[in-house]
Every structure is written in C-alpha cells, then in structure tokens.
Design a binder for this molecule. Structure first.
Ligand code: ADP
Ligand code: MG
Length: 743
C-alpha cells in the first residue's frame, strides 16, 4: 500500500528535508507538499526575461552562462566568482558567488536555473550566492531533467529551498503513491459523474505535465478538491439549520398585515409578492427560515421585510430589524412608523401634520421600539424593557446594540438589513437570542454575484427581487472631470440650483468629515466654487464635509438651505438633520457616506459625489440609489480630479455606464481581493483556496453545490466518505467546528 496523504513528511523525504519543508514553507504532511502547486511553468528552452526582475523579490530564473571570472577579494581572504548570464533578449544579469568552490560547475555556454533573492548593486540587478542547477541535457545528476518534461514547474519557494529541490521532494513522494489514492477526498461517484481525474493522476499532471492541456485537466480536478468540501460544509449547515425547531408563525387573517396591505398606496411588484409568499411559507414552518433576500438598490426590500415582521406580530411573536448604521435605524423607525400610521403605537407628536397616519386606524396596534447606542438612558431603558416584556412587537436598532444588550420575550423573526458582510458567527449570536431559534431574513445592501452568494451566504436559501417598483425614474450618471472641464464643474452647482428652484433637493457627498474651523476661516470664496478643485498634480487631502458645506453655503449655493450630516455629530443632531431634510426644511445635504445605504427621501433628484474616485464601485452604486426614488428623473454627478485613462477614471466610467447592480458588483469584486470577498469570518476557507477562484469559477462552484446537496441529504455524517469527512475536519479548525456544531 502506498503512502497516505495525512502521513507526516519525514516518512517520505527523511527528517532533514522534512524539517526544511516545515520551517521554510509550513508543509507538514504528504498532502501539504502535493498541494504545494507550481506557481508557473517554464517551457524548456524558454529563458526568463531578465529585464523583468524586481529587486527585493525571490526569483528562479532560467538563463545561459556567458562569462565566468574569478578574482581575489581585497578586503577578505579568498576569491569571488562573478558569472554573467543572459536571456534570449540578450539582457545580462551578474551573479556573484562568495564561495567559488560551490560554483565550480558553472561554465560559459551552460544553461542553468538560478534561485535567490534579487538585489541591486550600483544600480544593476544582481543575484548573490543563488542556488543553481544545470539544465544541460547531458549533465549527470540533472535534477530538472530527471524530473520534468517539456514544462519545468516553478514552485513558490523560500531562501533555503529552491524550486527544483521542492520538485525533487515532490518526486520522492509521488513515487510512493498508489495509482488511486485511498484517501482521495472526492467520492468516486462524484469523480465519475464530473469526469474528473484520479488524485494521483491530477498530482502527476500538475507537478510533471507533458503539455498545457494536462495542466488544465489537473487544475479542474484540483479545484473540485476545494469546492466540494466547502459546499459540503454549507450543505451540512443548511441541513442542521433545517432540523432545528422553530415556532411556526402562521398567517393570521384580519390582522395588521391585512390592514397594512389594504392601505398600501401602491401595488407590490411581482417579485415582492412572490418573495412574500416564499417567506410566508417559511414562517409557517416548524423549522427556522434562513433566507437571503437580494435585490438592487431601491427594489423594495424593506417593504418585503416589514410585511414579514407584521405577519410574525400578527401570529403573536416579536420581530427585530437590524440596521448597519444609526442613521439607517432611525430612518427605518421613522418610515415604518409612518407607513403603519395609526397601527403604530408611538406618540404621534413625533410627526408633523403632513405625515399624519395614512390609513384608517385599525383596532390592532403594534409598538415599534428603537434602540441605538446613543439614546439617552431613560429612552433606552424603556425600550429595553418593552423588548424584554414583549410590549414592543417590532424592535429596530443597530447591530451592535441589539446583539449586545437586548433580550426578547418571544423573538420570532430577525431581519438583518443592508448588510455587506454579516458572517456566520454574527448570525449564530443572534439566533441564540430566542428560546427556539427565530426565523432569519438577511438582506444585502448591494446585489452580489451568484458565486459569492453560494459561498459567503451558501447556508441560506436565496430570493431575488429582480424588478424595480413601477414608477421608478431613470437616473443619469455623468463623470465630471473637474480639471479637464472647469466649466462642467461650475455647471454642477448650477444644476443643483435648478433642481432646488424646481422644488427638489440634492445631496453632496464627500469622503472625509474634516475639522470645524480647520484652516477655512476667513478664506475667500469665489462664486463658482473653483477653490474646491486643486491645481492639477498637486496632492491634497480628500474633500471634507465641514469645509465643503461652508464653502458651498457661502459660494455657489449661497441662499439655499444647506445642511450637514456626518458620523461625528451628536446622534440627536444627526436625527434632527435627517428629519429636517426629509421634511424639506433643507435644500441641500452635504454628507459623508452615512447616507450610503437605505436613506430614502424621494424628493431628492441630484447627488453629487466629490472626489468620487475615493469610493468603491458598489459604494457609488449605493450612493446613486439615493436619487430617482420619486416621480422625477435622478441625476448623479461623479466629480473627480483623476486623469483620463487612469484606473480610477475607468471605474467611474463603468459606474456611469450601467445601472445594473449585479454587473457592478462583479466588477467591484474583480478589483478587490478575493480575501476581502470571503471576509474575515471565512478565513478557514480562504486559507484553503489555492486553485479555486470564488469570482471566476462559477461553474465549478455551482456543480459542487449540486453534488454536495444530495450527498449530505443522504448521508449527513459522510459515513460512506471518510476521506471527505477528514478533509472537512481539517478545513474547519477546532474553533470553527465548535460554532458549526452549535446552533
Ligand atoms: P431597498 O431595496 O433599496 O431597501 P426600499 O425598500 O427602501 O428599497 O424601497 C425604496 C422605495 O420604494 C421606498 O420608498 C418604498 O416605499 C418604495 N416601494 C417599495 N415597494 C414599492 C412598490 N411596489 N411600488 C412603489 N414603490 C415601492
Ligand atoms: Mg433598504
């Protein structure tokens, strides 16, 4: 029987080498080494382009020796050997050996591989004391030749361990493998159905390929080694959640929800109705709902969530909605209370006359409590008590506060709103709030690509709202290049004045808060706001709300009612400003990204984003979603000083070119690093992903999910597939395994 993948390396390569592999590359087992895949391959005869070497990096190069010279060193005893090597473009690099004996084998005309740290000496690239191996066909003891065919694998390597020494270790291990490794994590039926290589053959092809197609088939198989365990974990989690008990919250006729629906000033979209029905069915189940609701900005997710909450209240339970920011929690509270009208049990003096209850008071009422970190102690105490006693049917608050402080009498539903990343752990913490696990509805702020949904949120069922409510107005987006077209920049402020003159409102967003009074007191302001733009090429800090608001109010927007909103303001002040803006007591709101998600003032028709290049693609899409929410067309102006043709400008152009949030989120992910996508909570997966790309390998991930689901349904403990079970146990560190075990 051949060697096993979980065998420690010293059994296969000896103690000394095993120690180097462990200290240098953190490789402990046979499997670790075999999954240390080549970084790239060089074709025999193809020389490394020496002009591309970068000082400070570790490199393995293939080059021809052109000169060898030996000379005595003045300062030290002994000799020094200087070797010149060249690539096919005739670029030369100097290699210096301080222990010439070791380099005796090097002769002009010889082809070799050299591995070491790239340095710089007198402005010239050089390598010092690199490891090397001869590549000549007739050389004896030719490691590289013995090992590789046409394609020579280059491994990620460290100082003491050049690529070909790793290759030699891999060869030693491979010679001891069975043709069909016993602990192959992929079940045989899966391999057969998907047409995947055996693991031994995949290792052979990735480490010692004959040609490129072999590498491609090996990669496909090895991606499955990563995709399947991940999807099995998620399927197990789905199964475990499905098995939990939950209090069914069946729809009650003639309750709050019916009254609410009857009074709705618009008709629900087809998607809202369909998702509503799905949720209704989930809520009536004796097992908790775990659903992800995706929809583009403005698709009406909050409406879906509110209807679900009312259904739960009708059924006698409590519902909680968590918002990522205080501004959003306050707005949700305000708008939900307003939408509920007289059915909401809150003091009506909270509202102006214009906001008076929208529909006939029903006999039923629901108390809506708000919980945020900055509430005064008294309000907070009352609200906490209402949540704990069950007096409050709906509780709205920020994640932080609710997670840490709130107890409920009978929590039936948790809605997590507008969350970019809300990991498994946080969901678990919330679930622990109810006696029986509550139903959970997660809503994303921005649509996310399917593959990401299948990994980050892979334990949830997914619903998508694909249409926007009728009567949505189009939004035009333009990039305003402040330097290149100063007149366009001036026009920005004219546009705002025109919209305000027509009775509308505008947002101006800046990347920074700024210091009140910092440097701008007594400064001259011109009428066109041109001092908001720096001289070309002159670096300046990002524009700040405090300064921009002051300059606009004194300059280009003089006479308009300009307000300001940012995270450093006292919470009561924030709420007051948001209310004033919503009540049209302000014309223009200069703000940071506190308005990024969810803020809903349909009378706003323009949003100007200053230093737009400082924001991410999804963030800009979110910000843009603040306009076009009413009957009027929206306008989004992305002001930037980044030069034409720069990556920043291309990103902005992409945002301007489409309103499709799914498309933009793909672009956003392509720009950001994969690790960011998976988030900190997925670190266990992240470190295990070598071949698989969450962004690019949609087909593999989808197929793996389709294989994993029935596999886990039939055999949740994977008793028939011990190798797969072991792979998963290793994948999930003890901590992870623990929280997956709990519900
Ligand atoms: P998001 O999905 O971005 O959270 P919201 O739930 O905030 O979207 O909805 C945006 C706006 O659309 C709100 O003012 C909401 O009242 C309104 N809305 C929701 N559903 C409909 C509908 N079916 N028809 C018309 N307007 C709707
Ligand atoms: Mg929303």
């Amino acid at each position: 029987m051949g060697i096993r993948l979980d065998e420690p390396l010293h059994k296969a390569v000896g103690d000394r080498t095993a120690k180097v592999l462990r200290t240098g590359l953190s490789l402990d087992t046979v499997g670790d080494l075999l999954r240390h895949y080549p970084r790239k391959y060089v074709k025999r005869g193809q020389l490394t382009e020496l002009a591309e070497l970068e000082p400070g990096t570790e490199a393995t190069i293939v080059a021809q020796v052109t000169k060898v010279s030996r000379r005595s060193m003045a300062a030290r005893r002994g000799q020094m050997l200087t070797v010149e090597v060249r690539d096919s473009a005739d670029t030369a690099v100097e290699i210096t050996f301080f222990n010439p004996k070791a380099a005796n084998a090097l002769k002009p005309g010889m082809l070799g591989m050299f591995a070491g740290k790239v340095g710089e000496y007198h402005g010239k690239i050089q390598l010092t004391n690199p490891d090397f191996a001869k590549l000549d066909a007739d050389a004896e003891d030719n490691d590289v030749d013995n090992w590789a065919g046409e394609l020579i694998p280059l491994y990620p390597s460290t100082g003491g361990l050049p690529s070909w020494k790793i290759a030699r270790c891999v060869r030693m291990v491979m010679d001891q493998l069975d043709a069909d490794i016993e602990d192959d994590p992929l079940p045989r039926p899966v391999r057969a159905r998907q047409g995947l290589l055996t693991l031994t053959e995949a290792f052979r092809r990735i480490h010692r390929p004959d040609d490129w197609p072999e590498i491609a088939t090996a990669r496909k198989r090895l991606k499955w080694d990563e995709a399947l365990p991940m999807q099995v974990v998620l399927a197990q989690r789905r199964e475990a959640l499905k098995a939990l008990p939950a209090v069914p919250r069946r729809r009650v006729e003639g309750g709050l929800l019916d009254a609410f629906d009857a009074a709705l000033p618009f008709i629900l979209t087809g998607g809202q109705r369909q998702v509503g029905a799905e949720i209704e069915q989930d809520l009536a189940s004796e097992h908790p709902m775990h659903r992800l609701l995706q929809g583009d900005v403005g698709s009406g997710k909050t409406m879906v969530a509110l209807r679900a909450m009312l259904a739960v209240v009708d059924a006698g339970g409590q519902a909680v909605m968590l918002a990522p920011t205080e501004v959003l929690a306050q707005q949700h509270h305000r708008s939900i209370v307003q939408m509920l009208g007289a059915a909401a049990d809150v003091p009506l003096d909270l509202f102006s006359e214009a906001e008076a209850p929208a529909f006939d008071p029903s006999r039923k009422r629901v108390k809506v409590a708000l919980l945020t970190g900055s509430q005064n102690a008294k309000d907070r105490r009352v609200n906490l008590l209402d949540a704990a006693s069950g007096a409050a049917g709906i509780v709205i608050g920020t994640h932080a506060v609710i997670q840490d402080h709130v107890q409920f009498a009978d929590l039936g539903l948790v809605v997590i709103d507008e969350q970019h990343r809300f990991g498994v752990e946080q969901r678990d913490a919330l679930r622990a709030k109810g006696e029986d696990p509550p139903h959970v509805l997660v809503m994303t702020a921005t649509p996310i690509p399917r593959t990401v949904a299948m990994t980050v949120f892979g334990d949830l069922e997914t619903s998508i709202l694909s249409e926007l409510p009728a009567g949505r107005s189009p939004i035009a987006t333009h990039v305003v290049a402040a330097h290149e077209h100063p007149s366009h920049f001036t026009r920005v402020w004219e546009r705002i004045r025109e919209e305000v003159a027509a009775g509308h409102q505008a947002y101006v967003v800046c990347p920074r808060i700024g210091e009140a009074g910092e440097g701008n007191a007594g400064q001259e302001t011109s009428d066109d706001g041109s001092e908001l733009v720096s001289d070309p090429g002159q670096a300046r800090p990002p524009l700040a709300v405090v300064e921009v608001a002051a300059k606009l109010a004194e300059g280009p927007l003089k006479g308009l009612r300009v307000g300001m909103l940012h995270g450093r303001m006292a919470p009561d002040d924030k709420d007051a400003v948001m209310r004033a803006y919503a009540a049209h007591e302000l014309d223009v709101l200069v703000a940071t990204t506190v308005i990024e998600v969810g803020v809903n003032v349909p009378n706003s028709t323009v949003i100007v984003v200053m230093d737009a290049d400082r924001f991410g693609v999804s963030q800009l899409h979110q910000l843009r979603g603040r306009v076009g929410r009413g009957k009027w067309a929206g306008l989004c102006l992305l002001v930037t000083e980044s030069p034409d043709g720069s990556p920043a400008r291309e990103r902005l152009a992409a945002v301007a070119s489409t309103l499709d949030g799914f498309e933009l989120s793909k672009l956003d992910l392509a720009i950001r690093k994969e690790g960011d996508v998976l988030g900190a909570t997925q670190s266990g997966y992240r470190s295990s992903l070598r071949m698989l790309s969450v962004i690019d390998d949609e087909d593999v991930i989808r197929a793996a999910r389709d294989e994993a689901t029935p596999l886990v349904e039939a055999d949740p403990e994977l008793t028939a597939y011990p190798a797969l079970a072991r792979t998963i146990a290793v994948l999930l560190d003890p901590e992870r395994a623990e929280y997956l075990g709990k519900t």
